[in-house]
Design a protein around this ligand. Structure first.
Ligand code: A2P
Length: 222
């Protein structure tokens, strides 16, 4: 019946508690505010926006709602492996529990702004291993050789017209470059950490101190 048809959510994931949402929003806005004033950033503006004009990054990225780290995009059951994921014992056991997510880096591309999440072994139990999300990204074929959970992230903002699903793809692109041995160009020691440029508008800030973010494992129906 109709009830069964909507019994699977749009996605499962960790939803950051509201106190830490505010802190992350502040930290990330401070980072954007500083980034677009850096000479190094201005030097690569063409890569970033296709124009040499200055950009106001705080305006450029639109917020995308409640901060969360998607584990499995189910699309109400239409996504491959959705039912299997929802039926996993680990998923049922952990549903409604609080986890501590570690946000180790912030990244910015012309399309998206996000935070990289480093998953623990326990948290990886909730990462879809079968229909591994990383391996389905056709635009980043090399991502298939990255460790499980590499895609884990929190979307902080998207450029106009860009869907949040792009954030994970952008992260995989950066991690693929790192894995291929591209060191990037270390451009700046910022208060928050080390800023590296990976070309074509891709920036990564490795946080000196990872942000510890309490988050509830749950699902979103929309
Ligand atoms: P993300 O987790 O990177 O933020 P939407 O609102 O576009 O339907 O997306 C809902 C959530 O599911 C967003 O958090 C989004 O990206 C994520 N998402 C959307 N499509 C996919 C997909 N194909 N694979 C993985 N995650 C997705």
């Amino acid at each position: 019946g109709p009830l069964e048809e909507v019994s699977l959510p749009l996605y499962f994931g960790w939803f950051l508690l509201s106190s830490i949402q505010d802190k992350i929003k502040c930290t990330s806005m401070d980072f954007l505010k500083t980034l677009d004033t850096l000479e190094a950033f201005k030097k690569h503006l063409i890569d970033f926006s296709g124009k040499a004009e200055e950009v106001d990054l705080e305006q450029y990225f639109q917020p995308t709602g409640i901060l969360h780290c998607t584990t499995k995009f189910c699309n109400y059951g239409k996504a491959e492996g959705a039912k299997e994921y929802a039926e996993k014992q680990a998923v049922k056991d952990s549903y409604g529990s609080i986890f501590d997510l570690s946000l180790g880096a912030l990244f910015v591309t012309p399309r998206t702004f996000g935070a990289r999440v480093s998953l623990t072994e326990e948290q990886l139990q909730l990462w879809p291993a079968d229909a591994d999300a990383e391996k389905q990204v056709e635009s980043v074929p090399a991502a298939a050789s990255l460790p499980l959970g590499s895609r884990a992230h929190v979307t902080l903002g998207c450029a106009e017209g860009v869907e949040p699903v792009q954030t994970g793809i952008d992260l995989l692109e950066i991690l693929t470059l790192q894995q291929e041995g591209q060191q990037g160009e270390q451009v700046e020691e910022m208060e928050l950490g080390t800023l590296t440029y990976y070309g074509t508008g891709k920036w990564l800030l490795n946080l000196r101190e990872p942000i510890s973010a309490p988050a509830c494992f749950s699902s979103f129906y929309g």
